[in-house]
Design a protein around this ligand. Structure first.
Ligand code: CA
Length: 234
C-alpha cells in the first residue's frame, strides 16, 4: 500500500486531504509542522510527500531540502499563491511537482499518480537493467528508465518536470518543438497556468546541461516558435 505523508499546517486543507486520500486507498500520515513532518518521514516507509510551502518553523523549502538529503522519494509541493511557484521551481529544492491552492482533488490525484508511476518505472527499470537504451546528445546521456542523467560524465539530478522536458527534447533531437507542444506534453492539454513556467524550466535545464547557460550550445531558443535540442556544432 502506498503511504503518503501530508505536511500542512492549515487544518481546512489537511483534514479533507487525509479523508479523500484514505478513501482512494492510500495510507496517510499527516503533520501540521515541518518538525513533525521530518520526524514522521525519518521514521520511514513513506512513498510520497505532499508538502505545503508556507509552514511555521521549518518551512516547506527547507524541509524539502532536508528530505532530499536522505531520499529520492517523490515530493509534490502545495503552494498558496501562483507567485510562490517561482520559489519552488526557481530554487534548487528538488521537488518533483507542485500544485497551486485552491487545487481540485482530482488534479492533485492525477499528479500523485503521475509521479508514482514515474517512480515505479524508474525502480523497475533499475532492477531490469541493461536493455534501457540511453538517449544521447553530445555529452548528455539520459537513462530514462532509471531517471538518471549524466552531463559531461557527472550525474545530475533532475526533478520530474525538468526531466520530462529534457526527455521530450532529446527524443526529438534536431527538431524544433513549439511552446504549445512542450506545454501540452509536459503539463497536459488542460494546463491553465502561466506560460512563463515553461521558460523557467528551460532555464533550469540549461543551468544543468550548458557550460555557459547564457550562450547555450545544446538547448536553443527558436524565436517565435519554440525550443530545440541538438548536438553542439563545435
Ligand atoms: Ca501553510
Amino acid at each position: 500500500m502506498t503511504r503518503i505523508l501530508i505536511v500542512e499546517d492549515e487544518e481546512s486543507y489537511r483534514e479533507p486531504l487525509v479523508y479523500q486520500l484514505t478513501r482512494e486507498g492510500y495510507e496517510v500520515s499527516a503533520a501540521a509542522t515541518g518538525e513533525e513532518g521530518l520526524e514522521l518521514f525519518t521514521h520511514g516507509g513513506i512513498d510520497l510527500v505532499l508538502l505545503d510551502l508556507m509552514l511555521p518553523g521549518i518551512d516547506g523549502t527547507a524541509l524539502c531540502r532536508r528530505i532530499r538529503e536522505q531520499s529520492r522519494v517523490p515530493i509534490i509541493m502545495l503552494t498558496a499563491k501562483s507567485t510562490e511557484i517561482d520559489k519552488v521551481v526557481g530554487l534548487e529544492i528538488g521537488a518533483d511537482d507542485y500544485v497551486t491552492k485552491p487545487y481540485s482533488f482530482r488534479e492533485l490525484l492525477a499528479r500523485i499518480r503521475a509521479v508514482m508511476r514515474r517512480n515505479q518505472n524508474a525502480q523497475q527499470q533499475g532492477v531490469a537493467g541493461d536493455d534501457d537504451v540511453p538517449l544521447v546528445c553530445g555529452d548528455i546521456v539520459m537513462h530514462v528508465g532509471q531517471h538518471q542523467v549524466t552531463v559531461r560524465g557527472e550525474s545530475v539530478f533532475f526533478p520530474l518536470k525538468e526531466f520530462e522536458l529534457l526527455e521530450y527534447l532529446m527524443q526529438n533531437k534536431g527538431r524544433v518543438l513549439t511552446r504549445h507542444q512542450l506545454i501540452d506534453r509536459i503539463w497536459g492539454a488542460d494546463y491553465v497556468g502561466d506560460t512563463k513556467t515553461l521558460d523557467v524550466h528551460v532555464k533550469r535545464v540549461r543551468a544543468k546541461i550548458e557550460e555557459v547557460p547564457s550562450h547555450p550550445k545544446y538547448l536553443s531558443t527558436v524565436r517565435g516558435l519554440g525550443y530545440k535540442i541538438d548536438e553542439p556544432s563545435d
